[in-house]
Design a protein around this ligand. Structure first.
Ligand SMILES: [Zn+2]
Length: 152
């Protein structure tokens, strides 16, 4: 493994062969991805590392776009890629896919969407997070980012 400094200051992790292949070529953030300029074209590094075909996306297993080791990148559909997300910074419930509402009748609400499938249910407690995990595991398998990974 080799490390190259990103323009943002983070370390970019690359396998040795990819490190040498990209050496001398500029790397920059573009549209939420890290891209390298090769022959005048910007190419997503993760797509290059894992040879991802058009119509599919590279998914960083650890959700760190600076970790471009081949072992950290897998081929995903758009919905699988979207399933591997962290809790939003604006989330106040502390759980992925769960909101805590105080609109007269305080409750926890779980929402889950996968393609055309959508579920929304109210719970009296944080059981919403476990219910959301169950749906995420069923629909996305290993791509699902879970609230309680130790239970799966
Ligand atoms: Zn960066």
């Amino acid at each position: 493994m080799k490390i190259r400094k990103c323009t943002c200051g983070e370390d970019i992790l690359l396998d040795d062969q990819m490190y040498y292949f990209l050496s001398g070529n500029p790397i920059a953030h573009s549209g939420g991805a890290l891209c390298v300029t090769l022959n005048g074209k910007q190419i997503n590094i993760a797509r290059l590392v894992a040879c991802i075909p058009n119509g599919l996306l590279p998914d960083h297993i650890d959700r760190n776009i600076h970790n471009n080791l081949a072992s950290n990148i897998r081929t995903s559909t758009y919905s699988q890629n979207a399933a591997n997300v962290s809790r939003r910074s604006s989330n106040k419930s502390g759980y992925i896919g769960v909101t805590y509402r105080e609109d007269g009748r305080t409750h926890w609400q779980m929402t889950f969407t996968c393609g055309t499938f959508s579920a929304c249910k109210r719970y009296p407690t944080a059981e919403s997070a476990a219910a959301r995990d169950l749906l995420a595991k069923t629909h996305f398998g290993a791509f699902a980012k879970l609230n309680f990974p130790e239970v799966s």
